[in-house]
Design a protein around this ligand. Structure first.
Ligand SMILES: *Cc1c(COP(=O)(O)O)cnc(C)c1O
Ligand code: SF4
Length: 351
């Protein structure tokens, strides 16, 4: 596609999102299988920014955003709402699962939709309504046990500067709120959104970013520059990576991504077992594989590059760190455990 001189403007990128097969085919050549996936109803929302589309010569990235026929299959145990979020909905925009933290679904909009999204039942489905957030602010104000607010959606960084500033000011004016984070894929799919003005707003409100990276191919020049800019403004950043079959489920791919993240001051935080969301069977690895992968990283690469492998408990039990069944056992006065090479070691630990 001919890149317009405005393509460095995030609003241009959003206005010129690729949302149909015809638009997509102007930028990339689709396989027959990909073409046919667009016939009839697509169960999940579809959109890709021109920036992210420019990275789709990479086969792994391609599979995460281009629909396939597999989305229509409903596998065993799959649910539209795998984490039982609807049972923990405290207000129309708040999910209150854990004691001291809330998930604030500020907007259903994303500039690019991931095919494995846990919230595919919501994203891209209805327009954002900022006025309706009042009830949620009041809920947080009147629940003194809430210390941590995670703004998510959808992608909150697709909202405009004034709206974000207002939401963040409101949250920061609540004395018991100690931590405000934003979950976002914007630095990856819409890196031009990371302007100095946005950085100033995030810095003013001391926001942490929880970014959603899945592959080193996402570390484009623009994305690296966006993260370096955020870091230069003092914004703390972590990454949540969803483990995806055939996309990032090998040691080399994950190592490349995690070191790439450290180089732009992003700490790998979670490696998430893919949630059993409806139509996700083709994306999900076995848990055994996840355990094997995370073990292959511990000790072999920088400890800072290793995230925690977690399963988000279906039904709403929260994120649970998984280490493997034979990690540790007791033998008399010793605890016996394995190191990264699989060798056994003992720690004297009288019962
Ligand atoms: C992931 C998540 C959080 C944040 O959990 P952390 O482990 O603190 O990162 C909060 N609420 C909900 C519902 C979540 O799914
Ligand atoms: S960026 Fe996040 S919320 Fe948006 S579609 Fe992807 S996984 Fe879902």
């Amino acid at each position: 596609m001919h890149q317009s001189e405005n393509s460095n403007d995030w609003k241009w990128q959003v206005a010129n999102r690729i949302a149909t097969r015809e638009q997509l085919e102007k930028q990339i050549v689709l396989t027959e299988e990909e073409r046919s996936a667009f016939d009839g109803d697509i169960p999940l929302s579809f959109a890709v920014t021109p920036h992210y589309a420019s990275l789709l010569n990479n086969e792994a990235l391609r599979r995460t955003v281009i629909p396939t026929a597999h989305e229509h299959k409903h596998g065993t145990g799959e649910l539209a709402d795998p984490l039982g979020e609807e049972d923990h909905r405290a207000t129309p925009h708040l999910i209150h699962t854990y004691p001291d933290k809330v998930l604030f679904l500020a907007t259903p909009f994303c500039s690019t939709y991931c095919r494995y999204c846990t919230r595919s039942r919501l994203v891209g489905k209805s327009p954002a309504n900022f006025q309706a957030l009042e009830e949620s602010f009041q809920y947080i104000e009147t629940h003194a046990e809430i210390r941590d607010v995670l703004l998510s959606g959808g992608d909150p960084l697709t909202m405009t500067d004034p709206v974000l500033d207002e939401i963040l000011s409101r949250l920061r004016n609540i004395p018991h709120v100690r931590m405000v984070r934003i979950g976002s894929k914007v630095p990856i799919v819409l890196p031009m959104r990371i302007t100095d003005e946005l950085c100033s707003i995030l810095r003013k409100h001391r926001v942490w970013l929880s970014l959603h990276f899945i592959h080193a191919a996402e570390l484009s020049t623009q994305t690296q520059a966006a993260c370096r800019k955020l870091s230069d403004h003092g914004i703390g950043m972590v990454s949540q990576t969803v483990l995806l079959k055939g996309i990032n489920d090998d040691t080399q791919t994950l190592t490349e991504l995690f070191y790439g993240l450290l180089e732009i001051n992003v700490k790998p935080y979670y490696l998430l077992q893919c949630d059993p969301v409806r139509g996700s069977a083709h994306f999900r690895t076995t848990v055994e594989k996840g355990i094997e992968l995370i073990r292959s990283l511990h000790g072999n690469i920088s400890g800072l590059a290793v995230p925690q492998y977690v399963i988000d408990a279906p039904g709403g039990g929260g994120k649970v760190p998984i280490l493997g069944h034979d990690q540790i056992r007791r033998e008399g006065g010793d605890v016996v455990f394995r190191n990264y090479e699989g060798k056994e070691y003992r720690y004297p630990d009288p019962a």
